[in-house]
Design a protein around this ligand. Structure first.
Ligand code: HEC
Length: 245
């Protein structure tokens, strides 16, 4: 079907992040603009015959050193357009050498410049190529340190980074798909809350956080959502979490 217009909204905001009215209907997003954490992109597509539909893309953006890497953790079925997350490292290209310079300089100098610029561009390329592996190993060493250093886990900060994109900044939920956590009686069962955070909910977009968060962080999160926005279900300890892993 012919697409005439695509609007993309991030995390339920009222103003579109991007509007595309001519082909190619393809969205490129800079993960740095979205910021770290889990995001929901709602893509509203209007077709030539006047019909329209909505699709949700779920993104996970992590900050590694100074660049952001993102991946789509869940692309919707029959998605009408392609969405790319562009990594800053990918767009960085060595500048092409100046043609003018070669035209006016004598042959010897010309060859010298070619040799030098070739050498420089080789070095620049290898530097760009090295970067992702360096970033990966840095990210891994940070990840190794995090669980032991996580003693002072901040539930509110963890919530806004990992959960607010779907469950709302005030735990108010979003639409019919993402349940409200404020005033949600299901949260009275601490074991249920911990299990959901650790394992997610298969068959839904609720992700599993067991691999990326420490016992302290899961406890801080569970405690935070059980005791915020009018909820008063009591604290959760790291030992409670460890017992359910
Ligand atoms: C990508 C979207 C998404 C993110 C991010 C997300 N959730 Fe969820 N969550 C869901 C959906 C969807 C459900 C409903 C699953 C179902 O029952 O089908 C859910 C369900 C839940 C429930 C169960 C609610 C109930 O009424 O049974 C809890 C508790 C919960 N999430 C907590 C969290 C916490 C804490 C985080 C952050 C660490 C988080 N969620 C991050 C989408 C998300």
């Amino acid at each position: 079907m012919d697409i005439v217009r695509v609007e993309a909204y991030v995390d339920g905001s009222g103003a579109p992040l991007a509007t595309i009215t001519e082909p190619p209907f393809r969205l490129r997003l800079d993960p740095a603009e979205l910021g770290e954490g889990i995001h929901v992109l709602t893509v509203v597509t209007e077709y030539r015959d006047g019909s329209s539909d909505q699709h949700r893309y779920v993104f996970d953006v992590t900050r590694k050193n100074h660049t952001f890497a993102g991946h789509i953790s869940q692309a919707p079925l029959r998605a009408p357009i392609e969405v790319d997350l562009v990594d800053a490292v990918e767009i960085e290209n060595p500048a092409p050498p100046s043609v003018f310079l070669y035209a006016v300089l004598p042959l010897i100098l010309f060859l010298g410049v070619v040799a030098v610029s070739w050498w420089i561009s080789l070095r620049a390329e290898s530097r760009v190529a090295d970067q992702p592996t360096k970033i990966e190993s840095l990210a891994r060493s940070v990840a190794r340190v995090a669980p032991t250093a996580g003693a002072a886990a901040d539930g509110a900060a963890l919530y806004s980074k990992n959960c607010a994109g779907c469950h709302g900044a005030e735990g108010q939920g979003m639409g019919a798909v993402f349940p409200a956590l404020a005033g949600n009686e299901a949260l009275a069962d601490a074991g249920y809350v911990v299990d959901i955070i650790l394992e997610g909910k298969p068959g839904s977009s609720m992700p599993a956080f067991g691999d990326r968060l420490s016992d302290e962080e899961v406890a801080a999160l569970a405690g935070y959502i059980r005791n915020s926005w009018g909820n008063g279900f009591g604290p959760v300890t790291a030992a409670d979490v460890a017992a359910r892993r």
